[in-house]
Design a protein around this ligand. Structure first.
Ligand SMILES: Nc1ncnc2c1ncn2[C@@H]1O[C@H](COP(=O)(O)OP(=O)(O)O)[C@@H](O)[C@H]1O
Ligand SMILES: [Mg+2]
Length: 308
């Protein structure tokens, strides 16, 4: 049997900034895999030539969501895509926080405004100020916070997004992010490591689409309550098997209890450098995924069925 052929899927911006990428490709090669970094939107890639395609740093997808989701569906038809295409689609729109809330997972309290309706000052009335953000975003794009005396500005921001046909989330500004937001990384459904990072929305009233996404990331030992909350969130994802990788971002509410800010199941930065065992755990999980593929094939004597 030849080496497992693995595409570590990135983008132009990922190839430049993803510090996990070279580590991962190198570690997979050291583990005996034929691994290479491939841009999701590169011309004439034969995705069927790979045994596994692991999405890692496709960080330019937000402006091309339809194209990206179509790519995920098409790729999943010819190879094993991780995470699976339906999870990619589900996770690309933060309406999923509603499903988590319905299942009793503590999430940042959110008011949802759908295009076709407007926003009024009553929608942005919170004692500690609000955060306005679109349901499709990464790196705090088109996201800002507003002090309680700047409700008119918050309304203007929400209306701008609604006018662009984008659904909007209004949340109370959780001041405790100033003590650090947590990001917990999971490999094959098991907690791997965590980091803590500094807040992004330091300047009220400012939309800045060039923010450093994870300022001051530092290794962090999460509390039991944080791990429990993250696992509950992952258990609410509509998928039968544990995900190859996941990151759960948590903030603390006013009472100091962890609440889910977002689930990162598409292309999370995993901060593999921040824990000495993180890379090894991830490579082990990828290896197990490849072996699962071979077992599946063994059960299908008529040939390969990569359409998982
Ligand atoms: N309700 C909130 N309270 C405090 N800070 C927030 C809130 N929502 C977002 N932020 C800040 O904005 C950043 C980006 O928001 P997030 O919901 O993670 O969207 P994304 O990372 O997908 O753009 C967070 O990491 C956090 O620093
Ligand atoms: Mg985030």
């Amino acid at each position: 049997m030849g080496a497992d052929r693995i595409a570590v899927v990135t983008s132009d911006v990922g190839a430049e900034h993803d510090e996990d990428l070279p580590l991962l490709v190198e570690a997979l090669r050291a583990d005996g895999c034929a691994a290479e970094a491939v841009n999701w939107d590169a011309d004439s890639v034969r995705w069927d030539r790979y045994d596994l395609a692991v999405i890692r740093s496709t960080w330019d997808y937000v402006d091309r969501l339809g194209e990206f989701l179509a790519w995920a569906d098409a790729t999943a038809r010819v190879t094993r895509l991780r995470n699976p295409a339906p999870v990619v689609r589900w996770n690309s729109d933060k309406h999923y926080l509603r499903r988590l809330a319905e299942r009793g997972v503590p999430v940042v309290p959110t008011r949802w405004l759908e295009p076709g309706r407007t926003c009024t000052e009553a929608d942005v009335d919170a004692a500690g100020g609000v955060v306005v953000k679109p349901v499709v975003s990464l790196g705090a794009r088109d996201t800002a916070r507003y002090e309680p005396d700047r409700r008119a500005d918050a309304v203007r921001h929400a209306r701008m997004l609604l006018d662009q046909g984008r659904a909007v989330m209004i949340q109370p500004y959780l001041h405790r992010v100033e003590e650090g937001e947590r990001a917990l990384a999971f490999s094959a459904g098991t907690f791997s490591h965590a980091i803590r990072k500094q807040p992004l929305l330091n300047e009220p009233g400012v939309i800045d689409n060039d923010r450093t996404p994870h300022p001051g990331a530092a290794r962090y030992k999460p509390t039991e309550a944080e791990i429990r909350t993250a696992l509950r969130a992952l258990a609410a994802v509509p998928v039968p098997d544990p995900l190859l990788f996941a990151r759960v971002d948590l903030a603390l509410d006013g009472a100091g209890d962890p609440v889910v800010m977002e689930l990162e199941l598409i292309e999370p930065h995993l901060f593999l450098r921040h824990d000495p065992q993180a890379l090894e755990r991830f490579v082990t999980a990828v290896g197990a995924e490849c072996r699962r593929d071979r077992l599946d094939q063994g059960r299908k004597p008529t040939g390969r069925n990569r359409n998982h």
